[in-house]
Design a protein around this ligand. Structure first.
Ligand code: 6R9
Length: 647
């Protein structure tokens, strides 16, 4: 492998393909900052079809948590993702489905997508779903998850997609928080040849959700499921009776489009709310420019629909642009660790967007499986979810992209709706490990913890000093929490929760979360959530959870557990507690290590000193820092002695 360069200039090939060259980027960025309303007004006309124009482009007051884009304008997101393409693209492929089983695939044209979505929308209406109602979607990665989302958008219902890897408890909490009355699910999902009982998980969840009156069940595997005649609806039978015409509901630009729950540093997950107009504009525009998407190209984002990346860059952004988007049901390692590359060859994928954790895992099995597939269709590679370490970047660039594909390292969040910082492929040089430069209209700044602006080459807390159309508008049911979490810390600014460095060229390098949020295989997990799950177990008195660097997952989960007086430390209990967390939260949250902690290091005021726990978990015990505020220093010595040394 060639030596890693610290900077890769924009290639001639990328320049020849791009919508946005360096000069255009500079000019457009300048206008987007100096005349945001003029800029966004023009973009909104170019990217989106509106039933009625806006009264004002932006009405934003971050200090008072008021964010409005395109007030007064009317549109429908499903119309923008489907109907408007029918005149020219009815027979073009909208969705390529690639099943878990490599022999199973399917193409869905825009006309077929239209008909599926309309039938589904009519079914929802028949079940009494109206504009503004919340619908929970807990589905495998099959085209129907997209139909369900777009059907909600069509009738103005607000979807809340719950990742198919979440457990019963997580579904229940989300259904109750948003008071969803309808749940859309499947009998089972298929991942890596294994069946996961989605319907059974929903059944257990809705047993405690008295307002759920309908559970719509897609038959994915045909597996046996319990059937409740009062609530359960067989999707295939029910949609067959529906008309393939459903007029889109005329929505206000600021009507909610969806809720998506995400982990924070405290309390239960927050229902991030995105609205119709600003979100769809931002998703469409970033999809076109960041991936330099051109009509006819095959685009594949490997995320799950249960995360924001699946929302914005599998469904909404690509479909708004009339793209062909690939929906993959399986996992990167089934039937073998060459699956991603086999799928790229099979469907002649041009743009491939995945996460560093997947890249690291596939890198660890070697180059051979990559080289067995013909990857000559690839034009551009993307990365999202966590910082990509330069070694993984280099492998992605050399072995997967054959030095022929730019890599876009895209930094963004559930809350931002779309990509905020990245290097536009035809305009900005690439630096491995560096997210790059702000997208149009995005104004990053670095603050110290007191909110002073840090100028020039510097490192600090990453904030946004101005709004952009894709920004979240509130936390569902708790506008005050929205303010406290994002806007109140540095009034007038959006606080990201991430730290960053800005280099001499004005490029941003994300250093990771500065709060108690872990990033495990690209999944956001609050340490507080794992702690709350642990203390639900009768043997656990107290728990503290920290992250540590993990070669493949980015971060691993390390727990310190203090048992109840009558409980006894044992390997069996250790395993049981790990399984308990997996059951409460989902398998991806399963702790890597649990260390028994007779006591936890606390300040005299009783605050757990996580800084010390992190050091011990990282096996970096020589520089514990200031320990003078510890109530009982012997606690730390014990934890150091008993620490788990991992590879
Ligand atoms: C899109 C998504 C958001 C958090 C974010 C940051 C981390 C995402 C990144 C990245 C470095 C990147 N993150 N992309 N860190 N470089 N390119 O992942 O949303 O699940 O809400 O996570 O992920 O820490 O704050 P979400």
């Amino acid at each position: 492998m060639k030596e890693l360069q610290s900077r890769y200039p924009v290639s001639e090939k990328a320049k020849a393909h791009t919508h946005i060259d360096a000069a255009t980027y500079d000019a457009m960025y300048k206008q987007s900052i100096e005349q945001p309303d003029v800029f966004w007004g023009e973009q909104a006309k170019e990217f989106i079809d509106w039933y009625q124009p806006w009264d004002s482009v932006s009405k934003v007051d971050l200090k008072n948590s008021e964010i409005n884009w395109f007030s007064g304008a009317k549109l429908n997101v499903s119309y923008n993702c489907i109907d408007r393409h029918l005149a020219t693209k009815a027979n073009d492929t909208a969705i390529i489905f690639e099943g878990d089983d490599p022999t199973e695939d399917l193409k869905v044209t825009y006309q077929e997508l239209h008909d599926h979505v309309c039938r589904f929308a009519n079914l929802l209406k028949e079940r009494g779903v109206k504009k503004g109602d919340r619908v929970c979607i807990y589905m495998p990665m099959i085209p129907e998850v997209g139909y369900a989302m777009l059907a909600c958008a069509r009738i103005g219902a607000i979807h809340s997609v719950v990742f198919g890897g979440f457990s019963t408890e997580s579904i229940k909490a989300r259904v109750l928080d948003a008071d969803c009355k309808v749940v859309i699910t499947a009998d089972e999902s298929l991942r890596g040849g294994k069946r996961i009982p989605l319907k059974a998980n929903v059944d257990a969840a809705v047993a405690d959700c008295p307002n759920v009156h309908s559970v719509i069940v897609v038959a994915r595997t045909g597996g046996d499921v319990a059937w409740n005649e009062k609530t359960d609806i067989n999707y295939e039978e029910a949609v067959a009776k529906q008309s393939a015409i459903c007029e889109p509901e005329v929505m206000d630009a600021e009507d909610p489009l969806f809720i998506l729950y995400t982990s924070g540093s405290t309390g239960t997950p927050k229902g991030v709310v995105h609205t119709c107009g600003g979100y769809i504009l931002y998703a469409a525009m970033t999809h076109k420019y960041v991936f330099d998407y051109k009509p006819g190209e095959i685009y594949w984002c490997t995320a799950d629909a249960g995360w924001i990346t699946g929302h914005s860059y599998i469904f909404y952004g690509p479909l708004a642009n009339g793209a062909t988007t690939l929906v993959f049901e399986g996992v990167p390692t089934y039937p073998d660790a060459g699956r991603f590359w086999q799928v790229c060859e099979k469907h002649k994928v041009n743009v491939f967007y995945t996460a560093p954790t997947a890249i690291r895992a596939l890198m660890s099995v070697g180059d051979e499986l990559v080289n067995q597939s013909d990857l000559s269709s690839l034009r551009l590679l993307g990365s999202v979810g966590e910082p990509i370490n330069p070694e993984a970047w280099n492998w992605y660039y050399e072995v997967v992209g054959k030095r022929n594909c730019p890599i876009v390292d895209t930094w963004w969040q559930t809350e931002t709706g779309g990509i905020l910082i990245t290097s536009l492929p035809g305009a900005v040089d690439m630096k491995p490990g560096c997210a790059g430069k702000p997208f149009f209209g995005v104004q990053p700044a670095l603050f110290d913890k007191d909110g002073n602006t840090l100028e020039g080459e510097n490192q600090g807390l990453l904030v946004m000093t101005a709004s952009w159309p894709g920004q979240l508008r509130t936390v569902y049911g708790d506008h005050n929490r929205f303010y406290q979490t994002y806007l109140g810390q540095y009034p007038g600014n959006y606080f990201t929760g991430d730290g960053a460095k800005r280099d001499e060229d004005g490029f941003y390098w994300i250093t990771g979360r500065v709060d108690d949020v872990l990033n495990v295989s690209g999944h956001r997990l609050g340490t507080a959530e794992i702690e709350s799950a642990l203390v639900l177990h009768p043997a656990v008195a107290e728990a503290a959870v920290v992250g540590y660097p993990h070669e493949i997952k980015g971060q691993g989960v390390y727990c310190y557990v203090t048992l109840m007086g009558n409980a006894i430390e044992s390997d069996e209990l250790n395993t049981e507690l790990k399984e308990f967390v997996a059951k409460e939260l989902g398998r991806f949250a399963k702790p890597d290590y649990i260390q028994w902690a007779p006591g936890l290091p606390k300040t005299r005021s009783g605050k757990i000193m996580r800084r010390i726990l992190r050091k011990i978990a990282e096996n970096d015990v020589d520089t514990l820092g200031d320990t003078s505020t510890l109530a009982d220093p012997s606690v730390v010595e014990n934890l150091i002695d008993q620490r788990i040394i991992h590879g």
